[in-house]
Design a protein around this ligand. Structure first.
Ligand SMILES: Nc1ncnc2c1ncn2[C@@H]1O[C@H](COP(=O)(O)OP(=O)(O)OP(=O)(O)O)[C@@H](O)[C@H]1O
Ligand SMILES: N[C@@H](CCO)C(=O)O
Length: 291
């Protein structure tokens, strides 16, 4: 049996809707694959009771189909589903890397990205690459129709996951259909600033670029306490705060020594509105690892 660990990810980062993503050092899914005559899936771990084992409904089933790689697939979930931490993508990324190796398909990591994204289409109706790209390749990724550009960045992060469920499918329904030209201009500025920050390992530039006036305000309505959590994190030293992926996780960039204070401030504010939450003090990490 072959084992793969694929990390949680945070997509969008404010200004990079459906384009930017980062691999998080933790949490992660662990997927084991073994050749078989047909696809079978077993799911254990965090939130496994909400994850279908039917290959037509699980992201890894679509990946096995796309690679023509029937297998017995065991998923040990470390990333809670419907979290905004790329839970469905972590399993898909791990399966893509594992099955590619198991069947010696010879795809590069970049070539595996659109294959793993077929799994995302199963759950959200849309094959966006921004979670699977960093989960497979690691670092900060820019995923466009032309491919994936990766930067190995070193930025401290805090991800605060409240005990609320927001499905990507629902969160995509509230995305506005249009934006004003001024919003386009400011978004380009923030995205360029964030990308420069990643190249320089500068949490201040990254934080400055974690801004968005189009998608994030619409989605914030789905997350109880979002504004107060964001304000408290900034007061505690965060350099930027936004919704992670489709939410409900809230992600903050900060200096190394500020992670604990930022995390505590975020949990306190979720608790103040009656929502339990947990924090991952993390950083940008590596992509899927084969064992
Ligand atoms: N292997 C899998 N792991 C997790 N969720 C899965 C998997 N296969 C199917 N699903 C379904 O996908 C949905 C969760 O995916 P969704 O994209 O909404 O959340 P997420 O991956 O945590 O978020 P985001 O993409 O915003 O970071 C759940 O309905 C879950 O049952
Ligand atoms: N870019 C996607 C990530 C979630 O899968 C979104 O925000 O809807």
């Amino acid at each position: 049996m072959l084992t793969v660990r694929a990390p949680a990810t945070s997509a969008n980062l404010g200004s990079g809707f459906d384009v930017f993503g980062v691999a998080l050092d933790r949490p992660a899914d662990v997927v084991r694959v073994e050749k078989a005559d047909e696809i079978s899936i077993e799911v254990t771990g965090v939130g496994s009771q909400y994850i279908p084992e039917d290959p037509d409904k699980n992201t890894v089933g679509a990946v096995a189909e796309a690679l023509d790689a029937p297998a017995r697939i065991e998923i040990d979930k470390g990333v809670r589903p419907a979290s905004g931490l790329g839970s469905s993508a972590a399993s898909a990324a791990a399966a893509a890397v594992g099955l590619n190796e198991l069947y010696d398909r010879g795809h590069s990591r970049e070539e595996l990205v659109p294959i793993a994204a077929k799994g995302e289409a199963v759950v959200s109706g849309d094959a966006h690459d921004d979670n699977v790209a960093p989960s497979i390749m690691g670092g900060f990724t820019i995923a466009t129709d032309d491919g994936v550009t990766k930067v190995d960045a070193d930025i401290p992060l805090v991800a605060c996951l409240p005990d609320i469920v927001v499905s990507t499918r629902d969160a995509r329904r509230v995305v506005p259909e249009t934006a004003r030209v001024e919003q386009l201009v400011e978004t380009v500025g923030w995205a360029a600033t964030l990308t420069t920050g990643m190249h320089r390992d500068d949490p201040h530039l990254v934080g400055e670029g974690m801004n968005d006036t189009v998608v994030t305000p619409a989605r914030a309505e789905l997350i109880d306490g979002y504004s107060r959590v964001r304000d408290a994190a900034l007061d505690a030293g965060a350099t930027g705060v936004t919704i992670s992926g489709a939410g409900p996780t809230v992600i903050a960039a900060c200096e190394d020594g500020d992670r604990r204070a930022v995390g505590t401030a975020m949990i306190d504010q979720f608790n103040a509105v009656g929502v339990e939450a947990r924090v991952y003090q993390t950083e940008i990490g590596r992509g899927a690892t084969l064992f």
